[in-house]
Ligand binder design. Sequence first.
Ligand code: SME
Length: 158
Amino acid sequence: MTPTQQPTDTMSKQDRYACVLKQIAAVISDEQDMIANMANTAAILHQSFDFWWTGFYIVRGEELVLGPFQGPVACTRIKKGKGVCGTAWERKQTVVVPNVHLFKGHIACSSESQSEIVVPLSVENKVTAVLDIDSRHLDTFDDTDRQWLERITQLLMQ
Ligand code: SME
């Protein structure tokens, strides 16, 4: 594992993500196991930002099943099309939710969560997992988060 620069308190969101991307690339470069790489990716993201919950759900048949994560205990199974995670899976698109209370069908694993982003991981247009991040603050995630998190998930699928 190559040592990389750690994010600092004064970094912009862009710079922080650039730093995080390098860290993740270094950590996963010598490892083929997807669960191990998801676990380290969740750890790096969670430690680098003020996120409440950071983790993966993995497609198992018609459900998403809880995978590696950082944060409080979460629900273990989500059906296709349900909640923010199941919606991102069905749409095969990143879903940004500025206020979870206004998202019809949001699954509240924690009452602390106020906003959320879910990014699908796909192979040949087939979703195999989703990256889910929750924030305790409203309106945390924007297009910058979407772009960087999509890059990070693409890195994981290479
Ligand atoms: N809020 C998600 C459920 C997973 S937890 O946030 C960890 C959803 O609506 O799909």
